[in-house]
Design a protein around this ligand. Sequence first.
Ligand code: PCD
Length: 795
Amino acid sequence: EATESATEPDGDGSGGTFGSAIKRGEDVPLLTGDGEYTDDISLRGMTHLAICRSDHAHARIESIDTSDAAAMDGVIAVYTGEDVVESGVPNTIPTAWDLPGLVQPQYRMLATDKVRYEGTGIAAVIAETPHAAHDALERITVEYEPLEHVTDPVEAVERDVPPVHDEAADNVAFDFELGEVDATDEAFADADRVASVDLRQPRIIPNAMEPRAALADWENATGKLRLWMTSQNPHLHRMLLSAGTLGLPENKIQVIAPEVGGGFGSKIYHYPDEAVTAWCSMQLGRPVKWQATRSESYLTDCHGRDHVTTGEIALDDDGTIRGVRVETHAGLGAQLSQFGTATPSYLYTTVLSGQYTIPAIHCRVIGAFTNTTPVDAYRGAGRAEGIYVIERLVDVGARELGIDPAELRRRNLVPPDEFPYESAAALVYDSGEYERAMDLALDHIDYDELRERQRELRDEDRYIGIGIGNFVESAGLSPSGLAGDLGAQAGGWESSIVRFDSTGSVTVLAGTADQGQGHRTTYAQIAAEELGLSVDDVDVVEGDTDRIPQGMGTYGSRSASVGGGSIARGAREVREKARRIAAHQLETSVDDLEFEDGEFRVTGAPDRSLHIQTIAHEAYLGHDLPEGMDPGLEETNFYDPENFTYPFGTHVAVVEVDPETGEIEIERYIAVDDCGEIINPMIVEGQVHGGIAQGIGAALYEGAVYDDNGHLQTRRMDEYAVPHSTQLPEFKTDNTVTPSPHNPIGVKGVGESATIAATPTMVSAVVDALEPFGVDHLDMPLTPESVWRATEGDQ
Ligand code: PCD
């Protein structure tokens, strides 16, 4: 089968741009306040929406009285869920991923019968100012009949509680299995030893800098909806809003994602709130703006993780891993978010082989409804949870066998000549040199020497720990066919347009949508490389469904590989058309043309040449084109890759734990990442830094807490601990480069890698420090209290 050439990008390198650490062009406007975010936009006649939310975790709505609120000064309208129903719109918030046997309960824009988690939207107030709208919320009287609630995914299915949804009497949304149960049982029966771990991966709240926002403008005359919103995927939002929710055709909806201040997964989803904003504008014929407060974001942005897991690993005495068996209860929250089903099933279970040759794997996941905020992908989504499990298992296995944890890992790594490698967890890893990256990481800390020092220090009652995190992940969500087989209700391709104009500058219109990743810089680097131009000649446009006809968006670390792959392919088509024009005008054949520095030169006659920017001008003049050729110089490309990409690497952390106080000091942190060819090393390093911070955050600090009433206790920045820069060490980053053979430019994703790696690395380090106290595992977050208790033998 013909595969596009991987490894080296195709251009001649004259742009010098692919692979160089140029500064991010987008940063100047962002840092000087010129960036335009959704809340910065104002329209004539604009009104403001505030959403009335339940303060019960689980209750029947007896009555809603909105009359006082409606009578307040400045209040324009108050709507309830019944009003939405009566308007006749389809009114569903659809899931985007089906699973066998999935229970899909009704999910409406505003609740009518019951509230199922604290924060459920029940009424919408539209007022002339945001303050008037928020004040009016307090005048809405709701009578509830409280119901017993459940917030824990194990209790939800095991305790006798009133179900979150009647359709799922036992609160089970799905019961998912992957792998071979018999082969795994056999491996466990045959193996010399079995080690196991019970672990929890707490709920994480994404904490993007900019809370979600939407501004809807319904135009009665044309029946068209314009919606600015904080979106990671405007085209997906257009699709999900259209038929399922508002009953509009896609061509009557324009979704615009202006600057978006971070997403980390939380802005992928089609939430009720943005849909309500649009619906309200359709009722009033006036623009409506909704800006979530910070607390509203804590309460309603999809949370991540929430797994309770038992994992087992079967090993032989020589350190060979024979099998892995996993059972997980995954909390889904009260409603199915779009990828809330895919994340704990396919994205999680399929990486359970990690970097290792494991012949038998079996995993069961019980997806449970709970009376909590819906759970969906958070940076690393699914793969972070899976790699955490396998890396914890390898650590406990090493303890069980008395083999050094680095050595046990090394003995089981997939060797470089085994690629493409099909794991027992069903993925086909594209390429990898795991040992090379691992050695590099261990060399940075002089591993063997450090182990020596660790032993010596223990004699002085000092406890340092060395944590190792090997990871591989499936990035670049695609290809469509595979995704469809697994239940996806959307494609996995990406689309772009590469367009020369008659002055020789280039516009790249891309279907992905940046939230801080730096696409405007890296995409320009890709196009400039392919076209022999400078990045200054290239403008990148994202985030507007009317300017960019198609796209799937930015999540799953897909933009560089799928979006960038599409841009490279489009640019190559453009270059080949330019080559045909050059050959025609230079009266030679295309094969006799060399391309360098944007110049087509006749082989052997270098003075006979034409620059691609001159050709662009000619293409739009259209006076002298090869016979039968259409004028213009642009390409629309759809790219549907044949596989995911599989970034990998090894992270190492060195910590010191104070048994008196439980305090953890991070002494060193080394990250070796392999994301294939690197478009921009500085951007990649930035991605890794941010990823490590969030991974360490999950390991040491973060976690959503619900109290006994089902109320979210962590709903403000001083209640939910994200890491401060002062709590983090200087990170040392390094790379190996193993190109993806499935990608036109050889890149792999990197956006989520470090988050996936850092969490198990940190836990591994702290547990390693606590070995003398007989601690094999500690659940996150590793607070001083939990560490101290562990040293006291109280886990
Ligand atoms: N790159 C380069 N090279 C390579 C790769 C990559 O250079 N090899 C680069 C690119 O281009 C970009 C970046 O880097 O710029 C990234 O990429 P990627 O990996 O492809 O990814 P994307 O798609 O773009 O993105 C996404 C991601 C995710 S997924 C997340 S979470 C996060 C990350 O991203 N988020 C964020 N990062 C970040 N950053 C920022 N700033 N912000 C944000 O928000 Mo999910 O699924 O959603 O859960």
